[in-house]
Ligand binder design. Structure first.
Ligand SMILES: NC(=O)C1=CN([C@@H]2O[C@H](COP(=O)(O)OP(=O)(O)OC[C@H]3O[C@@H](n4cnc5c(N)ncnc54)[C@H](OP(=O)(O)O)[C@@H]3O)[C@@H](O)[C@H]2O)C=CC1
Ligand SMILES: CC(=O)N[C@@H](CCC(=O)OP(=O)(O)O)C(=O)O
Length: 303
């Protein structure tokens, strides 16, 4: 009988963990689970790590850091790790798990012992910005502002319960201290030299996300048009199964991709006013979390 590679999800009962667990049935892997009552028991988790080829961490940041320390104590038997938290997304020695980031990224993920799964907002922002910076259209010093709205599942179990039990606010800006945990990740992996301004918000709908970035075309390099922006994105993502560059739309609903692992990118431009808005639409739990994790697990295991 063929032995399938073994995957252990630490935090399997959480929002992201459950999403990965559901999707794993699409891959030829064996899921190693621990009894729910022992899910926070260090001995049970260490034993499960030792038995796994890939451990997926779906934990809060501090618990992720502890889990990596625990895996390190296994020495030569330490499993490969995919971390879904924010803890290692800009850390040296970790490969950023966004396979569409550049031509070399999927191969880097395939060979990496430690991979960080991207954040939901950074997935949209980096997908829009990085190809334009790489192509020399957008200067890395451009003063980038990023607006975004997420479904409430982005806040994990606590926010889901607050919205489903108490009704939650219809729409709320947050992160107004301008210290959101995703900013360093966007700053680094988009290739920006200036720290971007990031204004996230959450709406009273379960899942879905739009990230939007306004641009003044006259401040870009060399008389750029909306069509040039579209072409640069379409060229970068040609042939990608999960990232699609589509024509502009007059309106965009944040929930349209709920339940999908795809992401849609658009350029909305006014030639007359020399302005553009770049948009990325995704499911925060799909391409923004568990869908991306599935892509990374498949790459890490060569499936
Ligand atoms: N929700 C989202 O849209 C996204 C989330 N992420 C990231 O994924 C990670 C998990 O988030 P999410 O799934 O939303 O959070 P949840 O709160 O839904 O789930 C976290 C899980 O981790 C468990 N847990 C907490 N501490 C420990 C510990 N010390 N040992 C073992 N298990 C523990 C929790 O158990 P219990 O509930 O019993 O305490 C829970 O099952 C976070 O780092 C988050 O930033 C990434 C992308 C998007
Ligand atoms: C609506 C909401 O609260 N969203 C979360 C982001 C989702 C998340 O936890 O992000 P990563 O794990 O991808 O970093 C937040 O802003 O903190």
């Amino acid at each position: 009988m063929t032995q399938h590679p073994v995957v252990f999800i630490d935090g399997e009962a959480g929002t992201t963990g459950l999403g990965i667990r559901e999707r794993l049935s699409a891959l030829p892997v064996t899921l190693h689970s621990i009894d729910h009552a022992r899910r926070k028991d260090p001995a049970a988790r260490k034993e499960a790590m030792a038995a796994a080829d890939v451990v997926v961490l779906c934990l809060p940041d501090a618990a992720s850091r502890e889990a990596v320390e625990m895996a390190d104590t296994l020495g030569e038997n330490a499993p490969r790790i995919l971390d879904a938290s924010t803890a290692f997304r800009t850390a040296p020695g970790w490969v950023y798990g966004f396979p569409e980031l550049s031509a070399a990224q999927a191969a880097a993920i395939t060979g990496a012992p430690r991979v960080s799964n991207p954040g939901c907002y950074p997935t949209g922002a980096i997908a829009l910005l990085r190809p334009l910076i790489d192509a020399g259209i957008l200067d890395a010093r451009y003063p980038v502002c990023i607006n975004a709205v997420s479904g409430y599942s982005g806040g994990g179990r606590t926010m889901i319960e607050a919205h489903e039990r108490d009704g939650g606010p219809a729409f709320e800006l947050y992160g107004l201290g301008l210290e959101h945990k995703h900013v360093p990740e966007i700053h680094l992996h988009a290739g920006l030299e200036r720290r971007p301004v990031f204004v996230p918000s959450v709406g009273h709908f379960p899942r879905g996300m739009i990230v939007s970035i306004p641009l003044h075309l006259d401040d870009l390099n060399g008389g750029v048009t909306g069509e040039d922006l579209h072409t640069a994105l379409a060229t970068r993502y040609a042939g990608q199964a999960n990232v699609h560059v589509l024509p502009h739309d007059a309106t965009l609903s944040a929930e349209a991709l709920a339940g999908s692992d795809k992401m849609e990118l658009r350029v909305h431009a006014s030639t007359h006013n020399r302005q553009a808005v770049l948009t990325a639409r995704l499911d925060n739990l799909g391409k923004g979390a568990s869908g991306a994790a599935l892509q990374n697990i498949a790459l890490m295991l060569g499936l």
